[in-house]
Design a protein around this ligand. Structure first.
Ligand SMILES: Cc1cc2nc3c(=O)[nH]c(=O)nc-3n(C[C@H](O)[C@H](O)[C@H](O)COP(=O)(O)O)c2cc1C
Length: 375
C-alpha cells in the first residue's frame, strides 16, 4: 500500500502483523527508541517488566570510543550495562562515520555480546556528533556513504540483522530520506526507522508523518518503522490506521511511563487499555528504578543521575513543577526518597482498569514532553 499526502486515510485499524527484522520476529511491532542518557539497563528492565515493547534499544554508543577502549583494554562503556545478560531481543545502537570502525564494533557486539540487532544512527543532530564528528544526521547529505557503511556493517555482523535510524534529511529544503532509504535497503539493511523531522528541526514543530509514509513506496523488501510524537495508545492506533508503516517507535512519551508499551499492545489487540498505575504505584516504580541506578552507579552519582528520571515520572501531573524543583536538588539517596515520599504528585484521575480503550492514555500536550535535543 502506498500512501501519499493525497491518499485518503485508512480508517479501520488493520490487524497489526508482527514485524520481521531479518529473521527476527518483533511482536508487537512497537519499538522502544534509543535515548542517550536514558534507555540504560534500569529503564529497559522496567519496560520489560510491564511488557508490550517488541524490541528494546540501548542508548547510542560511540563506535570510535568502543574500539579505542578495546585497544586500551579499558572497561566497556556504562552504556553497555546489562547488555551481555539481559533478555533478547535487544538492539544496540552505534554511531560513527567510518565503515571499518562501525564494522569492527558491530562484529564484537554480535560475537561477544550476542545482540539481536545492530542499529546505526544516521539521525543525531547534536553538534558533538553531527557538526564535529561528521556522523549521525550529518551523513544524510551523502546517501552513498551511508550505503557503504551499511554494507560493510552488514557483512561484518552477518547473520545478525543491521538496521538504520534516520531523520527526513538535513533540512526542509534537503529531504534526502528517499535516497537514503534506497541506499540502506540496497546495502542489505534489515529495517529502516524514520523520525519525521529534519536535523535542522531538532525537536521543533511536529513530526511529518506524510513524509514518513512516502518512504513506503521506496522500500521493496524491508520494513518501515515510523517515529515521532506518538504519546499514547490512541496516537499509535491512529498512526497505524492512517499510515502504511510496518511498525512504530516510541521515545519521549515512555520515559516516565514505562507502562505505555503495555497500553499500546492492548489497544492494538483491541483489548481494554489498562489505566496508568496509581500515584502510589508510580512512586513504587520510581523507587525501584532508583534502586537499580544506585546499584550500578553508587550513592552520589546514582542520586544525581536519578534526578532527571524522577522529573520524567512527574511530567504532566498536577504538582509536577514543585516536585521537579525539589528533585532537581537532591544530593543523597535519603533526600531523594524523602522528596518522592512527600512530594510526588498525586493522582489526577481515578485509577483501575477501564473498559474505555483509551481511558488510560493522556492527551498529547507540550507540557508532558521532554525537549532534549538528541537523536
Ligand atoms: C533525551 C533523548 C535522547 C535521545 N537519544 C537518542 C539516541 O541515542 N539515538 C537515537 O537514534 N535517537 C535518540 N533520540 C531520539 C529518539 O530516539 C526519537 O527519535 C525522538 O525523540 C522522536 O521520537 P518521540 O517523539 O517518540 O520522542 C533521543 C531523544 C531524546 C529526547
Amino acid at each position: 500500500m502506498t500512501v501519499s499526502t493525497d491518499s485518503p486515510p485508512c480508517t479501520e485499524l488493520p490487524s497489526i502483523a508482527p514485524l520481521m527484522i531479518g529473521p527476527l520476529r518483533i511482536d508487537p511491532p512497537v519499538l522502544q527508541a534509543p535515548m542517550a542518557g536514558f534507555t540504560n539497563y534500569a529503564y529497559r528492565h522496567l519496560v520489560r517488566q510491564f511488557g508490550g515493547a517488541g524490541l528494546q534499544a540501548t542508548e547510542m554508543i560511540s563506535a570510535r570510543s568502543f574500539v579505542w577502549k578495546e585497544r586500551q583494554q579499558a572497561e566497556h562503556p556504562d552504556r553497555l550495562w546489562g547488555v551481555r545478560d539481559e533478555p533478547r531481543p535487544l538492539a544496540v545502537q552505534i554511531w560513527d562515520n567510518d565503515p571499518e570502525v562501525l564494522a569492527r564494533t558491530g562484529q564484537r557486539l554480535v560475537h561477544e555480546y550476542g545482540v539481536s540487532v545492530v542499529d546505526i544512527n544516521f539521525g543525531c543532530p547534536v553538534p558533538r556528533v553531527s557538526a564535529k564528528a561528521h556522523s549521525g544526521s550529518y551523513l544524510l547529505k551523502d546517501p552513498d556513504h551511508i550505503g557503504e557503511i551499511v554494507s560493510r556493517v552488514v557483512q561484518a555482523c552477518h547473520p545478525t540483522p543491521v538496521t538504520a535510524k534516520i531523520r527526513l534529511g538535513c533540512s526542509r529544503d534537503r529531504l534526502t530520506a528517499a535516497l537514503v532509504a534506497e541506499a540502506v535497503e540496497q546495502a542489505g539493511g534489515a529495517a529502516l526507522t524514520v523520525h519525521g523531522r529534519t536535523a535542522q528541526d531538532f525537536f521543533r514543530g511536529q513530526a511529518d508523518w506524510e513524509q514518513i509514509a512516502r518512504l513506503k513506496s521506496v522500500l521493496r523488501r524491508i520494513p518501515l518503522i515510523g517515529n515521532g510524537d506518538l504519546d499514547s495508545a490512541e496516537s499509535v492506533v491512529r498512526a497505524f490506521r492512517r499510515y502504511p508503516v510496518d511498525g512504530v517507535m516510541i521515545a519521549r512519551a515512555a520515559l516516565g511511563r514505562p507502562w505505555l508499551f503495555r497500553q499500546i499492545q492492548a489497544a492494538l489487540r483491541k483489548e481494554p487499555v489498562p489505566a496508568d498505575p496509581s500515584a502510589d504505584e508510580q512512586r513504587a516504580i520510581l523507587l525501584q528504578h532508583f534502586e537499580h541506578i544506585l546499584q550500578r552507579f553508587g550513592e552520589q552519582k546514582g542520586t544525581v543521575l536519578m534526578r532527571k528520571f524522577a522529573c520524567c515520572y512527574a511530567q504532566g501531573r498536577p504538582g509536577a513543577r514543585h516536585f521537579r524543583s525539589l528533585a532537581a536538588r537532591v544530593q543523597t539517596p535519603r533526600e531523594f526518597r524523602d522528596v518522592v515520599a512527600n512530594h510526588f504528585p498525586g493522582d489526577p484521575t481515578t485509577s483501575g482498569t477501564s473498559p474505555d480503550p483509551f481511558a488510560g492514555s493522556r492527551e498529547p500536550s507540550d507540557s508532558n514532553r521532554i525537549a532534549c535535543p538528541v537523536d
